[in-house]
Design a protein around this ligand. Structure first.
Ligand code: NCD
Length: 322
């Protein structure tokens, strides 16, 4: 978020210097981020183009308490494309494994002269805690089951590019399904906020055990029937079943899960021909998505990864006051 929860009306919100979630942002702020990302296209992925100097002289720290491949690499490359100095830190191999608290670790790193802390943590609210306890700009790279704002932004950006909506980022008229392990998913939560702010209709689909009441207050439809939903959607975002967050079995067998909720080539027959297929990664191939679909013509899964760079460049630049 760019506004702290205790100061919700601070404006312009970028000056709050944080992105801890999509929920506190206005639709205009979301679009500003997406437009800024568009301005970085080309610089983000082409090594032939010179680096941009927007973060020259700034220090970005990646502080990751949970595993990550895409998000961590993407923030690192984004910061370096903007000419920042980047420090990568993870819980294992640092004093965190000796019992130091998140805030103590962050304050100590900050004392070395840091401008932006990108944090991933298993506890919901960790990014907000850091924003309140430190002077650095905080970017949430995923906090527990709460939010993963840059994932939602890169998902929205990818949809807009694929469907030619990147002139105004207006999703009015689009119907988007998010399918699978909704309950444990910070990606789902950030996506619901982001997509509805941009004007889309969102349908959450999953088994009752993975579709909890926590999403009841949000402006979206709920369904347990993927086959019913499939013909009427323009975009589908398949979520990973997060086994590491399940307390016990959430469905009778993996085979049954795939039968009811897996995106298979056979099931794709029910969908519109140009359905946009997404997955935030990492994928459980053969469980929530079949390889023929993940690697097929409808898939934008690798575009999501590529677009993540421009979105993270935009985020870092905006929280740094650019
Ligand atoms: C997601 C995450 O970590 O929240 N992955 C990602 O950032 N690309 C989703 C997941 O782990 O399933």
């Amino acid at each position: 978020m760019f506004a702290m929860p205790t100061q919700p009306n601070a404006s312009p919100a970028w000056q709050r210097r944080h992105l801890v979630g999509i929920e506190p942002l206005t639709a205009d702020e979301v679009r500003t981020l997406l437009r800024k990302a568009k301005s970085y296209e080309g610089v983000s992925t082409s090594r032939a183009l010179p680096k941009n100097a927007d973060l020259h002289g700034k220090v970005v720290v990646n502080l990751f308490y949970e595993d990550s491949t895409r998000t961590r690499a993407s923030f690192r490359l984004a910061a370096s494309r903007l000419s920042a100095d980047v420090l990568d830190m993870s819980a294992s191999g640092s004093s965190v494994s000796k019992g130091e608290t998140l805030v103590d670790t962050a304050r100590n790193i900050e004392a070395m002269g840091v401008d932006i802390i990108v944090c991933r943590h298993g506890q919901s609210g960790a990014a907000i805690q850091l924003a309140q306890a430190t002077d650095s700009a905080i970017v949430n790279a995923g906090d527990g089951q709460h939010e993963h704002p840059t994932q939602a932004l890169l998902d929205a950006y990818t949809i807009a590019k694929r469907l030619g909506l990147d002139a105004d980022f207006d999703f009015t008229g689009l119907t988007i399904a998010i399918v699978g392990d909704i309950g444990h998913s910070r990606v789902a939560r950030s996506n619901v906020h982001c997509l509805t702010k941009l004007g889309a209709k969102v349908i959450l689909v999953g088994p009752p055990t993975l579709l909890p009441g926590a999403f009841d207050g949000l402006d979206c439809e709920m369904s347990h029937d993927l086959d019913d939903v499939l013909p009427r959607i323009d975009v589908i975002n398949m979520l990973r079943v997060q086994f590491e967050r399940l307390a016990g079995p959430a469905f009778p067998s993996q085979r049954e899960y795939t039968t009811l909720y897996g995106l298979t080539a056979a099931r794709m027959q029910r969908a519109k021909d140009d359905l946009v297929v997404m997955h935030p990664g990492p994928m459980n191939r053969g469980l929530e998505i079949e390889s023929a679909v993940a690697d097929g013509p409808n898939s934008v899964i690798l575009d999501q990864v590529a677009n993540g760079l421009a979105v993270r460049m935009a985020t870092l630049a905006l929280v740094a006051g650019q």
